[in-house]
Structure formats: structure tokens, C-alpha cells
Design a protein around this ligand. Structure first.
Ligand code: ME8
Length: 681
């Protein structure tokens, strides 16, 4: 049967399954969940796809490091992603793994189709160039050394015969697409960046690899596997039932394709706004653009941790699970959407998260709901009053003011201005608080008129709550569902039409439920400690990657992990001497040491390493007093890329053993005399 609802299809990037998700990956997924929930509440039939990107050299190498097979690694990690999405209440409808057979078939069929309908689009030639294995990016088409534009690390040399996609032939067509679909890339300033990139000339793109085994075999030439981005992008189709672009495609694919929005972080815009539309143009030259071209590529900014992008490869990540376990799912969702201006970079701080939680959720909405509901229970027998006279003009003004709000809030959701929508909703919470403070319904009435007036005041406050609750639902689904039930409303709040909300929708005579607090206040210190303890547990045991350093436990933490204080899930694979030789170790002498304000565990050291004095930040402040370190001989890793913490650069790492159950760092030193700068091998 045909579904009369309009369709809406949105996707997250499919995340690399080389490690567990962090707050950055959770951010995109939560944003998409808010959109999906909002659209459903506007009457759309929503398909929401997420998944895991499970091929490529970074997966191969991550597995090798752990001494397990790539298949085992991705199996484990994709489950961690799914578990987290469950914990976060993500209402995705489809999940795709690129190692699924249905996906491999789709990728092979898409390329076969392309070769058939656009015979010039794909050709074979020798490739020599530099490739970044972390970002899966062809960095330069010449063999000279080059650094990756995304992560800045040196790219690897590759030289092999590859299949190429003739991207150069799509330059004009892409520019035409940006003209015909002016919203194709959002925000606008990103579209300008994309246009300049395309205008500057497009090079043909290698789309197969011979040196990698962990990938989808090229049809008819199994020595080659697909370039991970051709593979990964196709998941947006395979994930909802694309098979061949012909008769075998599922009804679901036919209903939902093309996507309305591909939501991504800004660093992968080129793949989505240039390569992906070009791949699609080549695969469907016989179709109208509106039948296959995504509606929009929406790029958001990064969550920053200590001013740097939070990323798995840098190890400066925060995890979502401990926050959800300590404060609930709504707390993280609310904080991320309220604090980060969508589209821009935003800082992530647990401290700010707890402050927001207490101010806006516990003291704000939660407190308002429980106060109003308790007063209705106590004074009105738990029933929404029937008004038998026209309320006084002051009260009608309040209703008018509140009832215009849903239209404004919806306009902001439509523009993906989540911080704006939430700010409007919370202004309304403050407005109701003020209204109650002015009208004081808790004062015992002296006569019948005053009693009626109290009923009218509470009636107004209840109607306001009745509007606020669904408006906040896409962002904080758990608490709003509870408040909804406490307002005596049956069924799921998710089924309420947000575009049909009306002042007065809470019917007089409705019996309200038992008021129960939805956001208990959190003690900041204690909550932070709980979160950090859980984070440490994840770093030490729960992760399939080596322990990641926390904000102020680095830089000794990775070494502590390597020494074996943590219970690694698997024994690390053996390395050759050539791998060890990559690490430059030298003897150093500490010249000065001082504490860093606001970082309990970090010390700032100046270390003489012979030919220079290096600034090094070390997570040893709980074990060493700064004055005890001056003059001390230490071992330092001198060729580690510099890293910023608390706004200061650390240019090296001290070696330390990790002792006891708490992993107390004990610095490595020398029993005999050594000059500063002596090599340690
Ligand atoms: O790029 N702040 O996967 P990925 C905000 N597999 N968002 C962040 C973030 C941060 N600090 N860190 C990650 C890939 N993200 C490819 C995608 S799609 C066909 C293939 C989010 O695991 C953001 O959405 O590196 C970013 O684009 C994505 O995770 C990258 O995830």
C-alpha cells in the first residue's frame, strides 16, 4: 500500500570501525536523530541511515596492531557503535556495514553500470603518488613527499596500476549542478570553497587499490579492491536497498532514494560534494538529476577538545557513554545542540556540560514541570481546571505570547538552527517562571474569586508546558516523554504533530499524573569524578584501540599503556626493529618545572636535550612536586609530533613506568652519568 506521507531520507557518514565512537561521532548522529524526530513530528515518513565503514588500510593496520583479523576488529567495533546509538536513543531506521554481502554486490553493480552507460568514465593506468592512510585521501599525484591536507601527517608513497575515474570530465557538470541546486552544499560558505576547488581544475581519481586486500574486489579483476571512498559512499544506496539501479532495487530504495540530506563533518566535504555527485552522474547519465542526486550535503563544524579537533587518531577524545550513565541521555544531547552553533566549531567541556545540565534542565525545565504539576495536584485535585469565566486580560496576553512560539521554534528547526530553537524554548521556560513569580499561585486564596484566579494561573502554566514539551522532544526525548505522561497525555509524544500544536490543546478536565522529577540536580565535583572514572575504564579495558590519553594525563599515558599497566584486551602484535627505530629517544635534564593552572595532573617542564631546550607537558603532577624534578635526568621521545594541551604546546614525551592499580607514573632515569642529548636505543 502506498504511504501517503511525504518521504524524508537522511544519513550520517558511515564511521570508520577502526576504533570505538567518541563524542564527535555521537554529535553527528545526535544531530541527525533530532532532525529525524522533528521531521516525523511534522508528518514525514523518515528513513535514517547510519553505519560503519569497515574496509581500507586503516582498518587493516588497526587490526594488525591488535594482532586480530580485520573481520574480528570490525565485528567488535560495529557492535560498540550500535550499543552507543541505543544508549543515546538514536532512532535510526537502517544500519549498513560495508562488509555486508548486499553492500559488495551494490558497489560492484554500480561500477558495472557506470562502465556500461558511461564507457569513458573509468579507465586503467599507472599511478604514482602520495596517499594518506588515516584519511584515505590521495594527497598528491607525484611521488615527492607531501603531507595530508586533512591531518597534516606525511602521506605514503604508492605506485601501482589502478582503475581511475575520469573526474576531470565532470568539472562543468558539477559547476552546473551547484547552479541548478543552490542549496546543494550548506552552509553557503562551504559551497564557495567547493566551487573554487572544482573551478581550479579536477584531476582524475584512482578508485581501486592493488596493494590492499581488505576491500571489495573489482568485478572481473579481483587483484584490485575498491578505493574505500567509492565503496563507502555507495553505502548511502546499498543501505536502503539499491541492488543494480534496475529491476532488483528494493521498494524501500525506490521510495526513499535520493537522500534529502547527507549530514557530514566539514573535513569530508570534498568526497561528498565533488566525488559523490560525479560518481552518480556517471552511473545515471540517462536519468533526471532529481531522480538520483542528493538534495543537500550539510557540513557541520568540529567539536574541539582543548582547541584541537577531537579525533581518534590524535587520541584527545571524550566518550559519550560515561556522560549518559552519569547524567542521562538527554543531558548530552541537550548540551551538544545548545552549546555548539550548528555549522561552526564548538568547544566540548564536561564542566560546561554539567553547568548547563543543572541550570537549564534541572533548575529550568525539570523544576518548572514538577512545581506546576505538584501545585495542580495539591490545589486542583490533579485535574486541569475548567475555566468558567474569561480570564483577565493580563493572562490572555500571556497565552498569546506563548502560543506564537511554536511557529518560531519550528522555523529554527527547519533551518537546522538547533541552538536558536532551544534558546527560544528556554526563553519560554523563563517566561513561565516569571509569570508564576508575578502571579504567585502558591499563596493561599482568601475567597472564591482568588481560588478561581489560582486555577486560571495554573491552567495557563499547564498550557505553556503542554506546548514546550513537544517542542523540546526532538532534542530531549526521554524527559519530555515523562513530562508528557505526567501531563496526563496518552501515547507517544513522538506521534504528536509539532506543526499542529495549539494553545488550549491540554483539555480541561484532564487528570494529570503523579509529578516526578525528571532531572535530579548533579553535584559537579562528584559527577566529574564519576565520569572520569568511567572514561578511564573505557580507555583501559573497553577499547579495541590502545588507551587514549585524556586531556591532562598525557603525554606519559600512552607509554604507561604500552608498559602494560592496563589490561589490554589482546596482546599487541610484535614489531620489527625498523618500527622501533622510528622512535627517537634521548636523555634529557629537567631545567624547570611548574604547575599549569586548571590542570591538576599536568606539569610544564623545560628539558635540555643537548642541542635545544624543549617544552614538554607531562601528566605526572599527582606523583611529583615540580621542585623535585629540577636537575633530574629523564628519557624523552623527541620525534613525536607537537601537541597542544590547555593552550600550551608539548614538544616531546617523558617515559614512565606505570605502577600499582592506579597506574602511578614513575619516571625512567639513569643510574650513571649521561650527558643531555645522549641517544637511547
Ligand atoms: O570519515 N567533531 O569516518 P570517521 C564533530 N568513514 N564531528 C566529528 C568529529 C568531531 N571532532 N570527529 C568525527 C569517515 N566527527 C568516513 C566517512 S561516509 C561515506 C564515510 C564525525 O569515522 C563527523 O561527522 O572518520 C565526521 O565527518 C565523521 O564523524 C567522520 O567519521
Amino acid at each position: 500500500m502506498n504511504n501517503p506521507k511525504p518521504k524524508y531520507y537522511l544519513t550520517t557518514p558511515i564511521y570508520y570501525a577502526n576504533s570505538r565512537p567518541h563524542v564527535g561521532s555521537a554529535y553527528t548522529t545526535i544531530v541527525c536523530d533530532v532532525i529525524a524526530r522533528y521531521k516525523r513530528m511534522c508528518g514525514f515518513d523518515v528513513a535514517y541511515l547510519t553505519g560503519t565503514d569497515e574496509h581500507g588500510v586503516n582498518i587493516e593496520r588497526a587490526a594488525e596492531k591488535l594482532g586480530i583479523s580485520p573481520a574480528d576488529l570490525v565485528d567488535r567495533n560495529q557492535q560498540i557503535f550500535r550499543d552507543l546509538w541505543k544508549l543515546l536513543g538514536i532512532s535510526y531506521t537502517d544500519f549498513v556495514r560495508t562488509t555486508e554481502p548486499r553492500h559488495a554486490v551494490a558497489v560492484q553493480n554500480l561500477v558495472r553500470r557506470t562502465q556500461r552507460v558511461s564507457p569513458d568514465a573509468i579507465f586503467k593506468r599507472k599511478y604514482e603518488g602520495r596517499y594518506c592512510i588515516y584519511d584515505n585521501l590521495y594527497v598528491s599525484d607525484t611521488p615527492e613527499p607531501a603531507d595530508c591536507q586533512i591531518c597534516g601527517r606525511p602521506a605514503e608513497l604508492i605506485s601501482e596500476e589502478n582503475y581511475f575515474f575520469r573526474l576531470s570530465a565532470y568539472q562543468e557538470k558539477l559547476l552546473q549542478l551547484y547552479k541548478d541546486q543552490p542549496d546543494f552544499v550548506q552552509p553557503d560558505f562551504r559551497l564557495n570553497e567547493v566551487k573554487s576547488f572544482v573551478e581550479s581544475g579536477l584531476k582524475d581519481l584512482s578508485i581501486s587499490r592493488k596493494t590492499i586486500k581488505w576491500g571489495i574486489p573489482w568485478p572481473g579483476d579481483p587483484e584490485h579492491v575498491f578505493y574505500v571512498w567509492y565503496d563507502a559512499l555507495t553505502s548511502y544506496m546499498s543501505g536502503i536497498g539499491f541492488v543494480d539501479g534496475e529491476k532488483k532495487d528494493s521498494d524501500r530504495f525506490k521510495r526513499f532514494w535520493p537522500a534529502d540530506v547527507h549530514m557530514i563533518g566539514k573535513e569530508i566535504i570534498r568526497f561528498h560534494a565533488v566525488y559523490w555527485p560525479a560518481f552518480l552522474m556517471a552511473a545515471f547519465p540517462d536519468k533526471k538529476s532529481s531522480d538520483y542526486m542528493p538534495g543537500r550535503i550539510q557540513a557541520h563544524g568540529w567539536l574541539l577538545f582543548e582547541q584541537e579537533k577531537m579525533s581518534k587518531s590524535k587520541g584527545n577524545v571524550a566518550y559519550a557513554e560515561p556522560i549518559v550513565k552519569a547524567l542521562g541521555n538527554d543531558a548530552l544531547r541537550y548540551y551538544l545542540l545548545r552549546e555548539v552553533v550548528f555549522g561552526q566549531d564548538g568547544n566540548f567541556s564536561k564542566d560546561a556540560l554539567i553547568t548547563r545540565y543543572n541550570a537549564d534542565l534541572a533548575n529550568g525545565l525539570g523544576n518548572l514541570a514538577s512545581r506546576v504539576l505538584a501545585m495542580v495536584q495539591q490545589n486542583l485535585d490533579g485535574v486541569v481546571p475548567v475555566l468558567d469565566s474569561v480570564p483577565d486580560p493580563g493572562l490572555m496576553g500571556f497565552g498569546d505570547e506563548v502560543s506564537t512560539s511554536p511557529v518560531l521554534v519550528r522555523a529554527k528547526y527547519e533551518k537546522f538552527d538547533f541552538a536558536g530553537a532551544l534558546s527560544d524554548i528556554w526563553n519560554l521556560v523563563a517566561r513561565v517562571d516569571l509569570f508564576l513569580a508575578e502571579r504567585r499561585p502558591w499563596v493561599q486564596p482568601n475567597n472564591e474569586n482568588e481560588k478561581k484566579s489560582r486555577g486560571v494561573i495554573l491552567y495557563n502554566a499547564l498550557q505553556a508546558l503542554y506546548l514546550i514539551t513537544p517542542m523540546a522532544h526532538p532534542v530531549i526525548p526521554d524527559a519530555t516523554q515523562k513530562i508528557w505522561e505526567q501531563l496526563g497525555q496518552p501515547g507517544k509524544l513522538a506521534d504528536v504533530r509539532i506543526d499542529q500544536l495549539q494553545w488550549g490543546g491540554l483539555k480541561p478536565g484532564t487528570r494529570i499524573g503523579k509529578p516526578e522529577g525528571v532531572f535530579p540536580r548533579a553535584d559537579k565535583k562528584e559527577t566529574l569524578e564519576r565520569i572520569e572514572a568511567m572514561e578511564n575504564e573505557i580507555r583501559n579495558t573497553g577499547s579495541t584501540q590502545p588507551a587514549a590519553p585524556s586531556a591532562d594525563s598525557a603525554p606519559t599515558a600512552p607509554i604507561i599503556a604500552a608498559i602494560g599497566a592496563v589490561a589490554a584486551p589482546v596482546t599487541p602484535a610484535k614489531i620489527g626493529i625498523e618500527d622501533f627505530a622510528k622512535v627517537e629517544l634521548r636523555a634529557g635534564i629537567v631545567k624547570s618545572a611548574e604547575r599549569i593552572q586548571g590542570a591538576d595532573k599536568l606539569l610544564k617542564l623545560l628539558v635540555d636535550i643537548g642541542d635545544e631546550v624543549r617544552q614538554v607537558l607531562a601528566g605526572i603532577a599527582l606523583s611529583y612536586a615540580p621542585e623535585d624534578l629540577v636537575g633530574r635526568k629523564v628519557v624523552i621521545v623527541t620525534n613525536l609530533a607537537p601537541r597542544k594541551m590547555r593552550g600550551l604546546e608539548s614538544n616531546g614525551m617523558l617515559l614512565a613506568a606505570s605502577v600499582g592499580p592506579d597506574g602511578k607514573p614513575v619516571l625512567c632515569t639513569f643510574a650513571e652519568d649521561v650527558p643531555a642529548g645522549a641517544k637511547v636505543k
